[in-house]
Design a binder for this molecule. Structure first.
Ligand code: GLC
Length: 415
């Protein structure tokens, strides 16, 4: 059934836009097209390449749900998606499975240096390039500047300070202290790991041993749970929030702080309740150490099963060019993955936080880089969520997660 869905979808799309189709159609899957940013990029590309039609298949908003759709199709050797628009965490799995064409010969080394180093690094697998970064991402703290200024408070530098300020200023349920992504999906893993890293812990140590049951990680999970039940700065409904749900609470003026990705900035300008009242800073850390954001981001790979790899590459090349990235970023409010664009006057004028973001990106950390990341994440999603909603104690949750991770990583089979 899962396999049939993309096939049916493609057939339907093909039929609904029927007509004399002479040229080639190149297809990829992404989240729904925010602000018509893809529609605009596709139109610009097609104007210069009238023989190639590019089709965006709009999928679910959660990254792991789209990953499943791609993986099901690619596992079957299905040629439906010519391009794979990939989250940085999918790459090792997709490359190891042999689903992607190497791109080293297509992107000159000199040009590769134009991309942000973390994004490029996350696009390689065993020394070869399989993805061209399109947009980068890093976790940021959005806050209500007006409310903090009114009480002469500075934005929090530690998670403890965030709790204090939230408790001092909040008035739930009209105004909560802090919202984040707490639903059982990849976003929860990101929020959890940022806290773990800030506490000095990690999932694996430098030797690849699982250290998730250590005190730092347990403290991080306890902090998340405490935010809801002890400090009561976070609504219990956070356990159902993806990025946009948490952003909506903030955009409606109902939260003092929000952890989210940079795209939310553009939305603050469109939201009368918070317009002109928001600022962005780096995520909090510990008293003696700055916070650490997860490195996210998206880019194009070319499917090994595409019947039109040249046409697919032509679009990927355009979309990831300086012009393509800027055009898309201006509409979608996302951040380009080419270094120079972080200093582009037009983009900076719209995104005054780019200097802060550039610093955050320098120390942003990748999630475990592993062909089994999807399974690692599934284990984390399950146990972190169980503790967040109070089904398990943080310590027990992470002990169980660590046990499962050890078994998973000891087994030689890749997915
Ligand atoms: C953003 C990030 C991506 C991450 C996802 C989690 O889309 O760019 O890397 O996996 O959020 O929800």
């Amino acid at each position: 059934m899962a396999l049939l869905v993309p096939i049916l979808l493609a057939l339907l799309l093909g039929c609904s836009r029927a007509g004399p189709e002479r040229g080639i159609t190149v297809r990829f899957l992404d989240r729904p097209d925010r602000n018509q940013a893809w529609a605009d990029a596709i139109q610009a590309f097609q104007a210069a390449h009238p023989d190639i039609r590019v089709e965006l298949v709009e999928g679910p908003s959660a990254t792991n749900a789209r990953e499943d759709l791609y993986a099901t199709s690619l596992l079957a050797g299905d040629p439906i998606y010519d391009l794979v628009f990939m989250d940085i965490v999918w790459l090792p799995k997709f490359a190891a499975a042999g689903w992607l064409l190497p791109l080293d010969a297509r992107l000159a080394a000199g040009e590769q240096a134009d991309f942000l180093p973390g994004d490029l690094e996350g696009s390689r697998f065993r020394g070869r390039l399989y993805r061209v970064p399109m947009r980068t991402d890093a976790g940021l703290l959005f806050y209500r500047r007006d409310l903090l200024v009114a009480r002469a408070l500075a934005p929090p530098r530690t998670w403890e300070a965030l709790v204090e300020e939230a408790r001092a200023l909040q008035a739930p349920p009209e105004l909560w202290g802090y919202v984040f992504q707490g639903k059982q999906y990849e976003g929860l893993v990101v929020n959890f790991l940022e806290l773990v890293w800030s506490a000095g812990g990690d999932v694996l140590d430098s030797q690849g041993r699982v250290i998730l049951d250590q005190p730092e990680a347990i403290a991080a999970l306890r902090w998340l749970r405490d935010a809801i039940v002890r400090h009561r700065i976070t609504p219990p409904a956070v356990a159902t929030y993806e990025e946009q749900d948490s952003a909506n609470v903030f955009l409606q003026g109902r939260s003092l702080f929000l952890r989210n990705w940079p795209y939310v900035w553009a939305l603050t300008a469109e939201s009368p309740r918070v317009r002109g009242r928001v600022a962005i800073t780096a995520l909090p850390g510990r008293a003696d150490a700055v916070g650490i954001s997860a490195l996210g981001g998206w880019g194009f790979g070319v499917s090994r099963f595409s019947r039109h790899p040249e046409a697919a590459w032509a679009f990927a090349r355009y979309a990831t060019s300086a012009e393509g990235q800027k055009r898309y970023a201006l509409r979608a409010g996302t951040v380009p993955a080419r270094r120079a664009l972080l200093h582009d006057a037009e983009l900076v004028a719209r995104n005054p936080h780019y200097p802060v973001l550039a610093k955050v990106l320098e120390r942003a950390r990748p999630r475990p880089v592993h062909p089994k990341y999807a399974q690692i994440s599934d284990i984390l999603q399950h146990h972190v969520s169980a503790a967040l909603v109070g089904r398990t104690e943080p310590q027990d949750a992470l002990r169980a997660a660590a046990r499962e991770l050890r078994t998973l990583l000891a087994s030689p089979r890749t997915p």
